[in-house]
Design a protein around this ligand. Structure first.
Ligand SMILES: *Cc1c(COP(=O)(O)O)cnc(C)c1O
Length: 416
């Protein structure tokens, strides 16, 4: 019988399923311990022992290699609190990569500033330092760097540009837990690092976020921002007294993570290094097996000495690139029984972030400043595999390679 693509009714390459995500580990025990205690929130009354929030903050700062970490309710909150702490305000511009999750642009708009979208480096799919340099104006207040999928942005070049112009870097490391640049952890290289702990991320409490900095002034501001102006007392309070004290220096709002979520993240953090190693080894196998005439892997910068895989990205070329990337993704999904998809479109194509609709004085900024040809080209040929696929065994990896191989051989039969 003639071999047929699964998307056209043929037998799929793989039917055995994929590793689950999230993986709870011993989360149930930790959650039960919080449930039995008298304090479910950071703002609950003092019980005589440290909050899980504080314990998590110390452990995560050590993981990243930064001095401080404050857990918050979402990755977006870590970014927005960071912008507020840096004093970003209406009239300012913040440079953001044109290819990233929408939150990176919407937090800038929430701070009242204009997100200025810049193009990417096709090797890493992260923001192109030359494009950043060209986008700087007297209104630029910060550079929001995103490490996307599995590669870090060029922190040598971006750091030099930021220093030359006296601009702070906010590092969005939501997708780069445990990655390193010349040995320094992603999230520790800018003035501020921000991580998301939403369900799909490699460290998760369902929803959640982590703000990181080594600057005590920024740390103190964000502690008050996340607590409606309150923060932990400097001296141990009497038993049963409020766990936080008023400072009334900055307004903020309630961005606290609950003690349950902090417990989930502490558990996840125990497993993250080992899971990162497994994903890294799997990605190396895929790079070696898939790279060839029709597929281009990501080319990380040599200084990005440790990679962390949120998505394994690979780009179509040659015969495969003649089909729309969605069609190739649907064919791969059908072969493997897992949702495989292209990236989100670049933000200048997003109805909410179309530069013509952004704030910014008379008629908004000139849309020609927002051309993103490289991002559009790369998105049109990029296939993303979500990180749980990299937690399988050799058979799972062999199935991925076989699926690409089958779709490539039978590409002529893909739906138009
Ligand atoms: C997930 C993600 C965010 C947003 O985090 P939330 O926790 O959903 O607010 C921001 N930036 C990047 C790059 C992300 O992947």
């Amino acid at each position: 019988m003639m071999e047929q693509l699964a998307v056209r009714g043929g037998a799929p390459v793989w039917r055995e399923g994929w590793p689950a995500w999230p993986q709870p580990g011993a989360a149930a025990d930790r959650l039960a311990a919080v449930a039995r205690g008298d304090r479910w929130a950071v703002s609950g009354n003092w019980t005589g022992c440290q909050t899980v929030d504080a314990e998590l903050g110390e452990a995560f700062a050590a993981f990243v290699g930064a001095r401080y970490c404050l857990p918050v309710d979402h990755g977006s909150s870590a970014l927005l609190a960071g912008l507020h702490a840096l004093g970003v305000a209406p009239g300012d511009e913040v440079i953001v990569p044109g290819l990233t999750w929408v939150a990176c642009a919407s937090v800038v708009a929430r701070a009242g500033a204009v997100p200025v979208l810049v193009d990417i480096d096709p090797r890493t799919m992260c923001m192109d330092p030359d494009a950043v340099e060209a986008a700087i104006t007297p209104a630029t207040a910060a550079i929001l760097v995103v490490h996307l999928y599995s590669a870090m942005a060029d922190m040598d070049a971006l750091g030099a540009i930021a220093a030359r112009h006296g601009l702070p870097i906010i590092e969005d490391a939501a997708q780069a837990y445990g990655a390193a640049w010349r040995g320094a952890g992603a999230g520790s290289l800018g003035a501020i690092g921000a991580f998301s702990a939403q369900q799909g991320k490699v460290l998760t409490s369902g929803e959640g976020g982590l703000f990181v900095t080594s600057d005590p002034v920024l740390r103190d501001r964000v502690e008050m921002l996340r607590g409606d102006g309150r923060r932990y007392p400097s001296e141990t309070p009497p038993l049963g007294a409020p766990g936080l004290v008023e400072h009334s220096v900055v307004q903020g709002w309630n961005m606290h993570l609950s003690e349950f979520q902090a417990a989930l993240l502490l558990e996840g953090l125990q497993h993250l290094p080992e899971q990162n190693l497994r994903r890294g080894a799997a990605a190396a196998v895929l790079d070696k097996s898939l790279a060839g005439d029709d597929l281009d892997p990501i080319e990380p910068h040599p200084a990005n000495d440790v990679r962390s895989f949120y998505h394994y990205a690979i780009r179509l070329r040659g015969a495969l690139a003649r089909h729309p990337v969605d069609v190739v993704c649907q064919a791969l999904s059908a072969e493997l029984g897992y949702w495989i998809h292209p990236p989100y479109p670049p933000l200048n194509a997003h109805p909410l972030f179309d530069p013509r609709r952004l704030p910014g004085g008379t008629g908004g900024p000139d849309p020609r400043r927002f051309d993103l040809p490289v991002a559009h080209h790369e998105v049109g040929r990029t296939v993303l595999l979500h990180h749980p696929m990299l937690l399988g065994d050799e058979d799972h990896l062999a199935a991925i390679v076989a699926a690409f191989d089958k779709v490539r051989r039978l590409a002529a039969r893909l739906p138009a």
